[in-house]
Design a protein around this ligand. Structure first.
Ligand SMILES: Cc1ncc(C[n+]2csc(CCOP(=O)(O)OP(=O)(O)O)c2C)c(N)n1
Ligand SMILES: [Mg+2]
Length: 337
């Protein structure tokens, strides 16, 4: 594919292999992962040029988690996540134009240019954002699930958070209440092995995130975050559990972020070998092999790569042509306590 980050498809697969998805759907999900990767590679470039400011946390390496889980949701199921939110926003259907305008602080962004990278959101897509306070989205997501239960909508909430966030009070209080109230929520822990630059084993009593659900009597599973089909299948099962009135479910997704915690992180705390090892299992390269095995023509894959490249260029041009918010906008859309 067209990314500057190494992906590993050898394009050698020839036999047809059955997958639970149609070829059209496989290509659509592949396109979403490529869109996230190219969007973020462009954001890195724009950040270095000073076109994007503030904090920015990249999702590169974790694309199969966002795309694979969101592909399994019903359109009225809620999605809520932390500050590493670009992947979820795009997978929920936010256009690259609107997301890029927000990244660049322009009025045509989803938060009118006032939220930036960490505050992408669009409630029409049932995407409740982007939250900068570690773990806050676990409690907010639990509230969303409670509201859906109260209104008897049948909608399930998917709340995403990191391994680091599993040590915070919000996590434990939320899981407890969700079980007590039998809430329709899937807690999705994206275990990328680090909270900022601290390895999980230094700060967590157990390195198994799924194990933490046991103490709240919440059923759990572990998915391979580099394998979209595994993520998709396990999320489907989790959502079904919740939709059938069986209460909360916990899904640990083992994944890896290729980039630093945020821009400016020198990544001195991990080795080049470790990063290489994960990249050899790249979720996009791996999924490209799934497409080839399903009999999809390589030229169709190349065409998707080209289409996404053009889409990202178009998004940058759109964002660049959009104005910055007016100064008097600074007091609108904010909550003062
Ligand atoms: C309440 C709170 N404490 C600390 C921070 C600073 N902080 C930002 S990200 C982060 C690490 C979170 O790691 P993890 O939950 O594993 O998510 P990841 O960044 O790996 O996706 C910390 C401590 C914060 N934003 N909010
Ligand atoms: Mg983490």
């Amino acid at each position: 594919m067209a990314t500057t980050t190494p992906t590993k498809s050898k394009r050698a697969a020839t036999e047809n292999a059955a997958t639970p998805l149609s070829n059209e759907e496989l290509l659509r999900l592949y396109k979403q992962m490529v869109e996230i990767r190219l969007f973020e590679e462009k954001c890195e470039e724009l950040y270095q040029k000073g076109k994007i400011g503030g904090f920015m946390h990249l999702y590169i390496g974790q694309e199969a988690t966002g795309v694979g889980t969101i592909a399994a949701r019903r359109p009225d199921d809620n999605i809520i996540t932390g500050y590493r939110d670009h992947g979820a926003a795009l997978a929920c259907g936010m256009s690259a134009r609107v997301a890029m305008a927000e990244m660049m602080g322009r009025v045509d962004g989803c938060s009118k240019g006032k939220g930036g990278s960490m505050h992408l959101a669009d409630i029409n897509l049932k995407f409740w954002g982007g939250h900068a306070i570690v773990g806050a989205q676990i409690a907010l997501g639990t509230g969303l699930a409670w509201a859906e239960q109260y209104k008897k909508t049948g909608a399930v909430t998917l709340a995403y958070f990191g391994d680091g966030a599993s040590n915070i009070g919000y996590f434990h209080e939320s899981l407890n209440l969700a079980k007590v109230w039998n809430l329709p929520i899937v807690y999705i822990c994206e275990n990328n092995k680090y909270g900022m630059w601290t390895p999980v084993e230094k700060v967590s009593a157990t390195t198994s995130m799924a194990h933490k659900a046991v103490s709240y009597d919440i059923p759990s599973d572990i998915a391979d975050g580099m394998d979209l089909l595994d993520v998709y299948a396990k999320t489907q099962k989790a959502i079904e559990h919740c939709r059938n009135g069986n209460g909360p479910y916990f899904l640990e997704i083992v994944t890896y972020r290729y980039r630093g915690h945020s821009m400016g992180d020198q990544r001195a705390y991990r080795t080049a070998e470790e990063i290489k090892k994960w990249q050899a299992d790249d979720p996009i390269g791996k999924f490209e092999d799934v497409l080839l095995k399903a009999g999809i023509d390589p030229t169709a894959i190349d065409a998707v790569d080209d289409e996404v490249k053009a889409m990202i260029e178009d998004a940058v041009a759109f964002a660049d042509a959009s104005p910055f918010p007016a100064l008097d906008e600074i007091y609108t859309d904010i909550t003062i306590e």
